[in-house]
Design a protein around this ligand. Structure first.
Ligand SMILES: Nc1ncnc2c1ncn2[C@@H]1O[C@H](COP(=O)(O)OP(=O)(O)O)[C@@H](O)[C@H]1O
Ligand SMILES: [Mg+2]
Length: 225
């Protein structure tokens, strides 16, 4: 079944107070269901800003962001966050796991927020953790896990609600090359299985090459590469 999902950025410009030049300049981008896109760019080029704008966490100074054709800039904060919870997952460079909760409890958290029965949530979280090779680590706390395992838990937490898109901001940036590749491989397999779109911000060309589309963010513009 093909998902009905798309995000369109239309002529987005983003200025921050105190910066002479806009971080994003009249930038347009179309993201379709299950599409895999990498945004390459050096540090400070605006990759994180772009992801925040795609998610509606920050608003463009000019231009529009459409989610399934609806202008998210015209929604109330409540409606925006409801839409975000429904469609979008995040993975960051650091895992942001809750240290006093086990791996499975961390992954269950987004489901608990949406209510649903404990057993159902537990089983869903377990299923995803298993797919990421963590079936022996369900009850471990973040400090008992390796860096790669912690990032896998963070990926499981982002995936457990089956979002349409994951915005991944340097998701393996804290891992060594070998682990980064292994974790990224599992992430892509899961995204393929669930037909999840990914927008990956990275400066790792070898990871970007695994995505269908590559863009370079330079001087506030996206260039296909
Ligand atoms: N909230 C903010 N206020 C002011 N300047 C910001 C803010 N967020 C980011 N910037 C600036 O915007 C530019 C792009 O930042 P960022 O999107 O974090 O880049 P990247 O993720 O590619 O490293 C940088 O010059 C940064 O200092
Ligand atoms: Mg960044």
């Amino acid at each position: 079944m093909n998902k009905i999902f798309k995000i369109n950025l239309k002529n987005v410009t983003k200025r921050f107070d105190g910066l002479d030049t806009p971080v994003l300049k009249n930038l347009s981008l179309n993201i379709n269901a299950s599409e895999k896109i990498a945004i390459l760019g050096s540090s400070g080029s605006g990759k994180s800003t772009l992801l925040h704008i795609i998610a509606g966490l920050d608003s463009p100074t000019e231009g529009k962001v459409l989610l399934n054709e609806a202008d998210i800039g015209s929604l109330s904060e409540n409606n925006k966050s409801r839409l975000r919870n429904q469609h979008i997952g995040f993975v960051y460079q650091s895992h942001h796991l809750l240290r006093d909760f086990s791996a499975i409890e961390n992954v269950m958290m987004p489901l608990i927020v949406r209510r649903g029965g404990y057993l159902k949530n537990f089983n869903q979280a377990k299923k995803i953790l298993k797919k990421l090779g963590l079936d022996k680590r369900l009850n471990h706390f973040p400090h008992q896990l390796s860096g790669g395992e912690r990032q896998r838990v963070a990926i499981a937490r982002a995936m457990v609600t089956l979002p349409d898109i994951i915005l991944a901001d340097e998701p393996t940036g804290n891992l060594d090359h070998k682990n980064a590749n292994l974790v990224f491989e599992s992430f892509l397999e899961l995204a393929d299985e669930f037909k999840t779109a990914i927008v990956l911000a990275t400066h790792d060309l070898s990871l970007a090459r695994r995505m269908k589309k590559n863009y370079h963010l330079t001087s506030g513009k996206l260039k296909s590469s």
